[in-house]
Design a protein around this ligand. Structure first.
Ligand code: CA
Length: 234
């Protein structure tokens, strides 16, 4: 299991004091923390920034925690821990039915919350664990150091190219539509067009393929999207 410092946690909580307290504690434990103050922002950041785990308050402005959970679960397996108020038994049941992985009732001890988060991260699908490095063909990528080589020579990637390559690797063998790549790699926030996906794929191919015109790893599925077939080793 990678060090906890690799994990990015999204906290969706509208109470400023609670949010500040949680942020301090998780950052102190070495987590990277991103935050949202209402349901809509929470959903946007969850989709756009790919946290490793989401802590989701049930009572939120704009969109309830339940709604966020349901929408998030429809397309992602990110572990979700819900925060419910004491006595909200119905919320707990509904929360788990909505697809939450666990819940903690307010007021809670921070130690307990940290322990639950740790357990959820440990349990989460190994495919969701951050990949540290990966090799395919003559390419080796070190995602921790943002370094890659091909035939031993260094390759330069933009952050987005590296994000896209990581997504391809995590979803190798799957048919990935341009829309899905846009939503999952670019997120909702920047409104790029599907053309952006094609441009980035083209750049990636020039770097990782022996012959970008006849790709062996990042295949075009006409009318559908792309499929990465670079089998390799972590
Ligand atoms: Ca609240």
């Amino acid at each position: 299991m990678p060090a906890e410092t690799n994990f990015k946690i999204l906290i969706v909580e509208d109470e400023a004091d609670m949010l500040a307290g949680l942020r301090d504690n998780f950052e102190y434990e070495g987590y990277q923390v991103i935050a949202a103050k209402d349901g809509e922002e929470g959903l946007r950041r969850a989709n756009g920034e790919k946290p490793d785990l989401v802590i989701l308050d049930v009572m939120l402005p704009k969109m309830s925690g339940m709604e966020v959970c349901k929408k998030l679960r429809a397309r992602s397996r990110v572990p979700i821990l819900m925060l419910t108020a004491r006595g909200q038994e119905i919320d707990k049941v509904a929360g788990l039915e909505t697809g939450a992985d666990d819940y903690v009732t307010k007021p809670f001890s921070i130690r307990e919350l940290l322990a639950r988060v740790k357990a959820l991260l440990r349990r989460s699908d190994p495919g969701r664990q951050p990949i540290e490095n990966y090799s395919f063909g003559s390419v080796t990528v070190d995602f921790t150091l943002h370094r890659a080589t091909r035939n031993g020579k260094p390759l330069e990637f933009s952050t987005k190219e590296l994000d896209l390559l990581r997504y391809f690797i995590l979803h190798r063998g799957e048919t990935l539509s341009r829309d899905r790549l846009l939503e999952d790699v670019w997120g909702y926030e920047n409104y790029p067009t599907t053309r952006t996906v094609d441009t980035h794929v083209m750049k990636l191919r020039q770097k990782v393929e022996d012959d970008a015109a006849h790709p062996r790893f990042i295949l075009t599925l006409h009318g559908t999207g792309y499929k990465f077939v670079g089998t390799g080793a972590n």
